[in-house]
Each structure stands twice: as C-alpha cells, then as structure tokens.
Design a binder for this molecule. Sequence first.
Ligand SMILES: [Ca+2]
Length: 485
Amino acid sequence: MKRHSVFLSVCLLLAVANVFAEKPNIILINTDNLGYGDLECYGSKVHRTPVIDQLAKDGIRFTDFYAASPVCTSSRAALLTGCYPWRNGMHEFDWDGSVLRPVSPNGLHKEEITLAEILKEQGYYTACLGKWHLGDQIEFLPPAHGFDYFLGLLYSDEMGDNIKGYGWPPMPLMENNKVIEAPAILETMTERYTEKAQEIIREHREGSFFIYFPHMSPGSRTEPIAGLDFQGKSANGKYGDTIEELDWSTGQLLKTLEEEGLSETTLVIWTADNGAPPPRKMMHHGSNEPLAPRVRYDAAEGGLRVPMIARWPGEIPAGVVCEEIATNMDLFNTVVNLAGGKVPDDRVIDGKDILPLFRNDENEKSPHEAFYYYFGGQLIGVRSEKWKLLVPLEKPLIQLGMGELGFSVSGRYNRLFGDPVPVRLYDLNTDIGEKENIAEGNPEVVKRLTALAERARKEIGDLGSPGENIRPPGTMKNPTPRVLE
Ligand SMILES: [Ca+2]
C-alpha cells in the first residue's frame, strides 16, 4: 500500500515536471555565419528555402533569438555548455584571439559539462556532424566531450585552405579522432554529413539519438563552397548556393524521419552560430536585414541575432512566432530537461529552460531579465525587454587577433581599439535597425540597464577584468597538427 502511494506520487511529480510526452530524439542544426535575413521565412527575397519555411510553419519561429557571441568558437561553446563564453574561458585566447585556429594550445576544458555528455548519460546515441571549432587537439575533440561519433572539420572552412598560417596542416576531415582526408574535399561536406545523419537516424530508430549538426555552410570563405548539384543554381551566387543546399539537407533529414515514423518523436531545432559577416568586397553575401548591419565583429544586432526554428509535431504548436528574448544557451537547459537529465548545479549556468515558450503558453515571457552583448570578452551592451543599451566605451574593441583577411598571428595581444563611443539606447520594437539613439529622453531606462550591465561586469567579466564566477579554458603544451597517418 505504501509503495503504491509512493509510486503514485512519483507519477504525479513527473506529470507536473514535464508536460511533454516522452523524451524526444534531438536534431540540432547549427549553421555557420548565416544571416538573420537569409531565409525566406525571415524575409529573404533571393534565397529559396521552402523546406525551412515549412519547418517554421509546422513549429515555432523566434524573432528575438541570440547567439551568445558574434563569432564561432565562443558561440558554439555557449550552445554546448549553456554559459556565456567568459564562464569557461572561451571568450578569447592568448594565442589565437577570438576564434581558435589550427594547432591551438586551447580548447574547451575537459571539466566542462556538454550537452552531449548529459544526453549520453540519459541513454542517447550522440553524434556531431560538421564544424567543431572548440579545439583541435585530441583532448578537446568531440569524442572527449561526450560524442559517440564525430565526422567533420575542426575549425573554419578556410583555415589551412585559402588562408594559410605557419605550421597549419592541410584542412583535415576527421572521423572521431582520426584524419580520414586531407585536404578535405569541401564541396562534398554537406552531402556527406547529410547522408551520415540519415544513416544514424535509421540505425538508432529504436533508441534515442542526439545529432548535433554544425554545418560547414555558408561558412567563413569570401566564396562559399556548395555541393556540385547546387553550384550556380541560386540567385545569390556561391553564397546563395550553400543556403539552398542547406535547405535540401534539412529536407533529407525530415524525409528520413518521416520514413522511419520518427517525425512525432523528434525535436528538430534550426539555428545559426552568429550572423552573416560584414560583406567586405563581395558581390554575393549574406543578409542580416532588417537588423543593423555589422561593420565589424561587434555588437550590432546583425552579429548576434539569428534565426531559430523548433519543430516537434503534437508537442510544439504549429505556426507560432515567438517575439520573446531567448538565447542559444537556453537550448542547453531546454534539451537537458527534455532528455530527463539534470542541469549542472555545481557551477553557474546562464541558459534557461524555454519549454514554456515552445509550448506557446499565453502570457509566457522571456526568462531573461537581460541578455548581454559581449565581443572578445568586452561587455558592449545589454538588452532588457524592448530596450538595447550600448554602454559608453573609452576603448571599444574592434578587432581581436584579426587582420584584414580575418586573421593575424599574434592573438589577443593584437587587439585593435576604436574611438570612444557614448552611451546609446535603442527601442528595438520601433527601431530594429538601431538608427535613433534615444538615451537622452529615457534616463530611467538608461539607469536600469546600466545597473544590469554593472552586474554582468562583476559577475561574468569585462575586458581585462574577470568576473566572480568564471572557469579556465582547456590548455595544453606543445599542440600538434592533425594530419593523415
Ligand atoms: Ca560562425
């Protein structure tokens, strides 16, 4: 009798704790440098993205979703650990600057708890297909961070290919810890990743799987590389070709889910690690419209606000547009909870569970009082509700270990600073392009957001001033290049 009532209480608790059915498979698509305005459902007039648009119609689309950083490494670290990059030392690197480069002594620390590690503990088969960018030494690779399987590149699609550095190897394509091709044949990447994802879906249809799919595309190259079937097909040059190939790839995954009867038991998330880069001198490039364009890798909305779509038929209502603030760090908490895992409580986690937003409960608000804009460890701004405050800076960081081509060889000691900038306040509801500074007329708002920024400075950190709750990056001596054996 006693056991019976305990059992009932447990059931009740479970029912209250998780209104969603059972734990879903997870496919988390994270594209590289894809702009807010690059998909038709976000306003693109040049790219054809019918599959992704349908995904949005069948699920929820976020309009105010932020990556935790405007550059690759730190954004990806944030997504996989639920933390602002400062928290685990992934905001900048002595040797590499703001993004990790080949043969780096740094990477994601082994003590960091990744989404894959938690899902693996929950019985998921975990795979990473695509661009890793959290360290290229064996101890930093996906197999050391909870992934059962890894197929992909270790850093940006141009490093060691059309951009050379001292001691950099030919672009390695990895399978787990082994180089299987070098230089990697980049025009085949999206197709090969996609086929592997389909294979994993079929093989693990009876169990639970987590596919983290950080696509190579559209990528960092001035001339992105699409598969042969897509080259020359779009109305936006090589850049557009890769976007349309991403749409095709997404379609292949959805088709396989359908064939295997897994559509209803799989949560598909589609997002980007940061906005489209500044166009430099290219004729064809990405679009961050209607957001403020990024001139450099700074805190313009175009750098950090990205598309995010989530589909889970029967569980997430179809056709919803959510205008609440959410971040890629939230995907950590949300997916951990859905998988029945536990968000670590021995450290600060910045992400929040956004299942209530997915469920589209009426009156459900963002769980974030504030979102902080950081670049290379410098606190640049804060958003709260509709307000965006850019803090006054004596020395705004404009480049971090990056030269004209995007890279230099002297890491964070090569910081470049711009001229002083005053405080600026924007109402993003009426001025999405950050055109009119209304700080003067809204002293109370400036005061409130300045206090929030001050809190972040103390707690998370600012340039040259580590916060109270931070941990170190992974560091090793004598890094080696990944080469064919
Ligand atoms: Ca990126």
